[in-house]
Design a protein around this ligand. Structure first.
Ligand SMILES: [Zn+2]
Length: 307
């Protein structure tokens, strides 16, 4: 299946609810409908209830069961539009903007839809970083407090990043919000949870909390940078670039994000970053994630420090 790259192409490809339905149907049943009860291959569409009914035994199979769209009252076309925007807006799209552009009834609905989509974009736990991996932490939020036009009083959140340093570019990135009080215990589990320990070397600056990595059996390249910030950017160039972009994004498009929901924004950011060379394909990717449905499990990354 090919998917639209422009808004006009989107309108051509998905002019109505039926077009979205057919796409969803093809993705759910790539070899055509097959009744789960009697294996018959012909069905009627019961559009009102988003069901396909078997022509022989009348079994009713839901097209949206197990997808993010299940039991939503929002038309599929509006969902597809949300996916289009998520895929096409490099800086992300705010709920307010999406509400205006899509005409959904309320800010709350727009916000919930975007959050559901974000929740499907988290990296797969089995997809581990390899090679030279930069790891560092930063504070996000907090400084927004009292900004003119700032909507929320925010507390600082600690965000850790791990990113593959490749010869001429960055590879994949993982981002995680850490509990402030358990900072030192969490850096280790985070790093251990996102790297392939046999194939990765983790580079950090002199930050004391990273010492535990050695004890965990992680190959660790700890570079003391002294008090020189510029030297820190030399040691960990990509992680600093990513933190800079992330903060700009959170301040700009989203006018700050509360700590409670920050992880979802980090997941969207990382998802997009990992696929930044394949922007034209993002619509199909995000749609596939939405169809696959249930948000990926959201564990605290609990890999043991014992490696
Ligand atoms: Zn049947």
């Amino acid at each position: 299946m090919t998917f639209p790259k422009t808004l006009l192409a989107f309108q051509d490809q998905f002019p109505d609810e039926d077009a979205c339905w057919q796409t969803l149907r093809r993705m759910r049943w790539p070899h055509g409908f097959r009744c789960p009860r009697c294996a018959h291959r012909k069905s009627y569409r019961l559009a009102e209830r988003r069901l396909e009914q078997c022509q022989r035994c009348r079994y009713q199979a839901s097209v949206t069961a197990g997808t993010l769209f299940h039991q939503t009252r929002v038309p599929l076309r509006v969902w597809f539009l949300a996916i289009f925007f998520v895929a096409r807006h490099k800086q992300g799209i705010s709920a307010l903007q999406f509400q205006r552009d899509s005409g959904v009834g309320s800010y709350q609905t727009a916000w919930t839809m975007l959050h559901k989509l974000r929740s499907a974009l988290r990296h797969r736990p089995a997809d581990r970083l390899v090679g030279l991996v930069e790891a560092d932490e930063t504070f996000v939020g907090g400084h927004e407090r009292g900004r003119r036009g700032g909507r929320e009083v925010l507390h600082k959140s600690i965000v850790v990043a791990a990113v593959e340093q490749r010869p001429h570019s960055a590879g994949r990135v993982r981002l995680e919000v850490l509990e402030r009080l358990r900072f030192e215990e969490d850096l280790g589990p985070f790093v251990c949870g996102v790297i392939d320990a046999r194939r990765a070397i983790v580079r950090t600056d002199g930050y004391a909390g990273s010492i535990g990595l050695d004890a965990a059996g992680v190959r660790h390249d700890r570079r003391i940078q002294g008090s020189d910030r510029a030297r820190s950017s030399e040691i960990l160039p990509w992680v600093h670039t990513i933190f800079g972009n992330l903060k700009t994004r959170l301040r700009g498009t989203f006018h700050g994000v509360s700590g409670k929901h920050l992880q979802l924004y980090l997941d969207e950011f990382a998802y997009r970053f990992d696929r930044r060379w394949r922007e034209g394909e993002l619509f199909g990717f995000v749609l596939a994630r939405a169809v696959r449905g249930r948000p990926l499990p959201y564990p605290r990354l609990t890999a043991e420090l014992t490696g």
